[in-house]
Design a protein around this ligand. Structure first.
Ligand code: ARG
Length: 614
């Protein structure tokens, strides 16, 4: 059942009476006004342009005249106390008492469902959503792109799930291809089972680096690699056994990292699963007359509109083996058959944009109209992410570093609470700093090139996005800006640590004095500007989720939570519970309890585990 915003409904009903349309026609044209530091603001605004666009008002009149005429037609009452025209918009100010009462009532009733049951989501289909994310390559370490895909994909999956979709989280491992030929050949030369058991990823990485270097000036290696991969493709037992071992070991290691990040998958699939099906796809393409054979003997699909091969995709090598895109075609078809999804979302860096465009295009050409409901969510990465031996940093090390630094900061802070497992808290808070850092930025930044063949990242460049960072933090200009631990781990400023700190402070307040939910509370005790601003801000929560699900960008939610935390921090300073008359304390606790709930809800969608003490 949806929950109507009491105020949006009453404003919509006025509009409905004035313009003779159903209330629903106005709901999406109304929005809660962001709070402003400088002045008191009204609560909602209606965009008259939206009414014009939706054909509710005639488009031939003067916009301002129409706005004013409409505003004067609407009568204020005890719910909507003030209505006035701005430039192309109409502002509404609702009763302060009712604002306090209705928002807190709704919070108390809905708790972790607050916002997600909003009528704004009525029009969205709630179906099965496949989200494919993270998808690292076996035997290689995670790189910054995989970290970003993991964090953004997890956010998308959480968001879709909280809005009532059945979400299937898929990790599509890069577990097949020529690199296994190289790795297999390399392992036969430089590998050591002992080391593999002790420190698997490190060892495979070392072998991979060594064999790559060797292959540069030794042709025999290249031959051995091709030979090993051919054995794999022909399912030869010994080769397959080694490959399986690499895969299992790597997945186990990844799972530990995912656990630390608070991420899980419903399915670990991978390219290797679709090797056979890829051959069937090629046959289907052939049957449909979509496959062309080139002079070189490769199989291609013409993607040009003129049919002149000005754009095409290779789906078959001359030796008959499949390619990345062939396996992706098979995987998509297989998932549709298995899960009958309503939509599928792939999260990778934007260098794969064309790949996914071609993938969807070929699926459509094959008659799979559901490819219309497949989507690639791209994100940009850092320019010039270079690796030099010795400067490679692995994800585990980044997480360890975040934890160690956080632990140190906590032990130096006077406000830190006694804790049974400080490492555990430091881990969660450190990771939330990374998550916020990743999510704060627009994933599709322009002018970011990314070289996908660069596997490893330098810590100094991790998550470093020049443009926004400079705007955000007024950091030094120029490209040698360094990834700065101190900056992302600050307790003040727009960091994940700040969100956690605010949440923990609210929890400890509630822990000590209760959440004010028992017994009646008097709304008239929360009419001060700080309380009102918080409640006005909470009115926007469903809209922020709505925006997020439209463009799948986490920044809306991050910004909302930052503002909420800033508002809560100053309210916490200015509106004491301790020493206030019982009724006042009760009302304030109720407000703080509500903020704490929404903060925790939002953090969880971002993939952050809120801590109660720090
Ligand atoms: N393993 C790939 C990489 O690391 C990403 C896979 C993306 N997903 C897909 N269905 N192609 O670049």
């Amino acid at each position: 059942m949806h929950m109507a915003c009491y105020f949006r409904r009453s404003i919509a009903s006025k509009l409905s009476r004035a313009l003779g349309r159903s209330e629903d026609a106005f709901i999406s044209a109304l929005c809660a006004i962001p709070v402003s530091k400088k002045q008191q603001s009204p609560d909602f605004r209606l965009s008259v342009n939206t009414l014009l666009r939706n054909g509710i008002l005639p488009t031939n009149g003067d916009l301002q005249a129409q706005t004013e005429a409409l505003a004067s037609q609407l009568k204020q009452d005890s719910v909507v106390e003030e209505i006035f025209a701005g430039r192309g918009v109409i502002h509404f100010r609702v009763s302060r008492n009712l604002l306090v009462q209705k928002v807190l009532e709704q919070l108390c009733q809905e708790r972790h469902k607050f916002g997600v049951k909003s009528e704004l989501f009525d029009g969205l289909k709630k179906g099965t959503t496949v989200v494919e994310f993270s998808s690292p390559n076996i035997a290689k370490k995670f790189h910054a792109g995989h970290l970003r895909s993991t964090i953004i994909g997890n956010f998308i999956a959480n968001l879709k799930e909280s809005l009532g979709n059945n979400v299937i989280r898929v990790n599509y491992l890069g577990d097949w291809g020529m690199q296994f030929g190289l790795l297999g050949a390399g392992f036969q030369l430089f590998g050591c089972q002992e080391k593999l058991k002790k420190n698997p990823l490190q060892h495979l990485f070392d072998v991979y680096v060594q064999v790559n270097k060797e292959a540069e000036n030794n042709e025999v290696i290249g031959q051995a690699a091709r030979e090993f991969f051919r054995r794999l493709e022909q399912q030869e037992h010994q080769a397959l056994l080694l490959w399986k071992q690499f895969r299992e070991i790597t997945v186990e290691e990844y799972q530990q990292v995912y656990k630390r990040l608070g991420v899980h998958f419903d399915i670990y699939s991978g390219e290797s699963f679709h090797q056979q099906q890829a051959q069937e796809v090629v046959q289907q393409l052939q049957r449909r007359g979509l496959l062309k054979t080139t002079e070189k003997g490769t199989g291609v699909v013409d993607l040009s509109s003129a049919g002149d091969m000005s754009s095409y995709s290779t789906v078959l090598r001359s030796d008959g083996t499949s390619l990345y895109i062939t396996r992706d075609l098979a995987a998509a078809i297989d998932r549709k058959e298995r899960y009958n999804f309503d939509e599928m979302i792939y999260v990778t860096d934007k260098s794969q944009g064309i790949h996914f465009q071609q993938l969807f295009q070929i699926l459509l050409a094959m008659g799979h109209s559901w490819a219309e409901r497949c989507q690639h969510v791209p994100f940009g990465l850092v320019q010039g992410m270079k690796t030099r031996l010795g400067e490679v940093v692995f994800l585990e090390d980044v997480l360890d570093e975040a934890r160690a630094r956080m632990l140190r900061n906590m032990s130096q802070s006077k406000t830190t609470k006694e804790m049974v497992y400080p490492e555990d808290t430091a881990e969660k808070v450190g990771i939330s700093a990374l998550i916020v850092q990743v999510n704060k930025f627009d994933p599709t930044l322009k002018n970011m090139t990314y070289q996908p063949n660069i596997l490893f990242f330098k810590l100094t460049y991790l998550l470093y996005e020049t443009k926004n960072k400079q705007r955000d933090f007024k950091g030094p200009l120029g490209s040698d800006y360094k990834f700065d631990w101190d900056r992302i781990l600050q307790a003040q400023g727009d960091t994940g640590v700040f969100l956690q700190y605010t949440h923990a402070r609210l929890c400890s307040l509630i822990h000590r004095y209760g959440d004010g939910e028992e017994g009646a509370f008097d709304p008239s005790l929360l009419l001060d500007q700080r309380s009102i601003s918080i409640l006005q801000h909470l009115l926007r929560y469903d809209e922020v989720l709505y925006q997020s699900v439209q463009d799948l960008q986490p920044k809306h939610l991050v910004n909302f939570l930052m503002t909420l935390s800033h508002l809560a921090a100053s309210a916490h300073r200015e509106l004491p519970v301790k020493g206030s008359p019982q009724a006042v304390a009760q009302a304030r606790l109720r407000l703080f309890g509500g903020v704490c709930t929404v903060l925790a809800n939002g953090m969880k969608i971002l993939g952050i585990t809120p801590v109660e003490k720090m």
